[in-house]
Design a protein around this ligand. Structure first.
Ligand code: F6P
Length: 537
């Protein structure tokens, strides 16, 4: 799609003609709107009625999705749609173990199934005590990785903590020594298993943390390598690092880092919740794949969620979107989605290398409700920028004795989307001030602060309960949503060249901080490095 795309132009003109139309007016005009603009698949319910998308806008948006079918077919059939890296995109193979996927005409499923079976055996042995540390059964697992090699398992392990019955799992990602120091200080090296998760096995943060963990282990454990595992595509490098081949769980280059939680990168999660629950997580993802492949666009959750995103970002011009899980266990979901969405669709050139004539994907941010309500919701309700909100909530909590908490949680979630849409008029605010005994200019001044413009759009994603299956559905839904948005924008959602420059420069700046090699840096960086050197003494 280009800025001159006729359908996009029509959509923008249509939005302009809507002018100050209120979402509530759409409900008043169409008694069936709440159900017509609610779409479900296998227990995942998406309410997208609290937006300004009406039937004509929806029909135009669906035309934007026309290129998706061919591209989706290309992805699922193993074509090299990641064109700048010359790679297929087949993370779906990791969660559909009973199906066949091919690249260049050859099935990829043999090694995928074999590795999955090895993971299962390994996880079971760790959980049962069959695989032990020098000091006895494994009590703690430390996953060292960053980006996609951290966020997926860290997010999912937290999300599924209700099902956690294996050893404790911990995640170290930041090169800041404080991260690993804080994790290791509570652990016994003799009963700890360290998982080094890195697709490339070159990422400086991960390799630095892994070396520190090895030193920590070596101080107490005679054979540290026996308590290390590697998850990586680079088996030559894992061998060089001293990890035995039977402790390496590999995956292919057609699994992008941020799409990798379904395979070996999910090992820490599998150890935490067990292979059976992990299988249910995969089954949820596979169910969403089936839905994505077979449902017509007008009832296809990933397509519709993407079109809502395109409407808000490309048509309405809203620069950010907030992901607001009303589920404390989904606390890491916004961070996970930041990588998934912004590393995938934060691109400034189209697939063919031409300048992207449209804004790239939006800024994604968020925090669990209800905490966010007591922090940044002020801006969402009364700030000048409109922030489309994506609420996520489960009808039932996992703590039966605490159902009164859960009802309050859900009530808050529904109330927020209603408040965003309805707002509060100046007349109502004036009446409130009159009731409070204020009159004249002071009443008017106070009333204006209490006005909520309303008409602020949101979607609500609802599941019965946050089970492993439901989490799989939600994660796959967002993956495919990112894919659909990328197809519509005409970009490559599967490379990440934008992370490279900073990595390269960090390697050049490090010697500068030690007083070596000064050439090639700008005056501000040189000055900052000098001040750091002075402060470090
Ligand atoms: O931040 C860039 C990136 O390449 C991500 O795409 C990836 O998830 C992360 O680094 C970690 O990479 P690796 O798994 O190779 O250590």
């Amino acid at each position: 799609m280009t800025a001159a795309d006729p359908v996009l132009s029509e959509l923008r003109e249509y939005r302009a003609r809507q002018g100050g139309l209120r979402i509530e007016a759409l409900f008043a005009a169409d008694p069936g709107r709440a159900s017509d603009f609610t779409t479900s698949a296998d227990g995942v319910v998406l309410d997208w009625s609290k937006t300004l998308i009406d039937a004509p806008a929806r029909d135009l948006l669906l035309r934007l999705a026309e290129p998706v079918a061919a591209r989706r077919q290309a992805m699922f059939s193993g074509q090299r749609i990641n064109e700048t890296e010359g790679r297929a995109v087949l993370h779906v193979a990791l969660r559909n173990l009973d199906r066949d996927f091919t690249v260049d005409g050859a099935s990829v499923m043999g090694p995928v199934r074999e590795t999955h079976a090895r993971m299962r055996r390994f996880a079971e042995h760790v959980r049962s005590g069959g695989i032990r540390g020098q000091g006895g059964p494994i009590t703690d697992v430390v996953n060292i990785g960053i980006g996609g090699s951290d966020l997926g398992p860290a997010m999912a392990a937290r999300a599924l903590s209700h099902w956690h019955d294996g050893p404790r799992v911990h995640f170290v990602s930041n090169v800041d020594g404080a991260d690993i120091a804080d994790v290791l200080k509570g652990l016994d090296p003799e009963t700890t298993l360290v998982i080094v998760a890195s697709k490339t096995f070159t990422t400086i943060e991960t390799m630095t943390n892994a070396a520190t963990a090895r030193d920590w282990m070596a101080a107490r454990v005679e054979v540290p390598a026996a308590q290390f595992v590697a998850l990586s595509s680079a088996q030559d490098k894992t061998a060089e690092w001293g990890i035995a081949a039977d402790r390496v769980f590999g995956f292919d280059d057609w699994v992008g880092g941020r799409y990798s939680v379904w395979g070996p990168i999910g090992l820490s999660l599998m150890i935490a919740i067990g292979p059976e629950m992990f299988a249910r997580f995969l089954a949820g993802g596979a169910a969403m794949d089936d839905h994505f492949l077979t449902a017509p666009d007008a009832r296809n959750l990933p397509v519709l969620l993407a079109l809502v995103g395109i409407w808000h970002h490309q048509v309405c011009g809203y620069a950010t979107r907030a992901v607001l899980p009303y589920d404390n266990r989904l606390a890491r979901l916004p961070a996970y989605l930041q990588q998934l969405e912004m590393e995938s669709n934060g691109k400034r050139v189209a697939m063919d290398g031409s300048d992207l004539a449209l804004p790239s994907g939006p800024v994604v941010w968020g925090e669990p409700g209800t905490n966010g309500q007591h922090a940044f919701y002020q801006l969402i309700h009364q700030g000048t920028a409109v922030v489309p909100c994506e609420f996520i909530v489960a009808a039932r909590g996992a703590e039966p004795g605490l159902d009164h908490h859960h009802l309050l949680l859900v009530a808050n979630c529904l109330a927020q989307s209603e408040a965003l849409m309805r707002g509060r008029s100046l007349d109502v605010a004036r009446a409130m001030m009159r009731d409070a005994g204020l009159t004249g200019a002071e009443a008017e001044r106070q009333a204006r602060h209490r006005v909520f413009p309303g008409n602020r759009p949101s979607t609500t994603l609802l599941v019965e309960q946050l089970t492993p299956f439901a989490l799989g559905q939600i994660v796959a839904l967002y993956e495919h949503r990112v894919f659909v948005e990328g197809v519509i924008l005409g970009i490559n959602s599967f490379d990440q060249w934008g992370v490279e420059l900073g990595k390269e420069l960090a390697l050049q700046v490090a010697p500068l901080l030690e007083g070596r090699e000064a050439g090639g840096h700008d005056p501000s960086t040189l000055n900052l490095a000098r001040v750091v050197r002075e402060l470090r003494g």
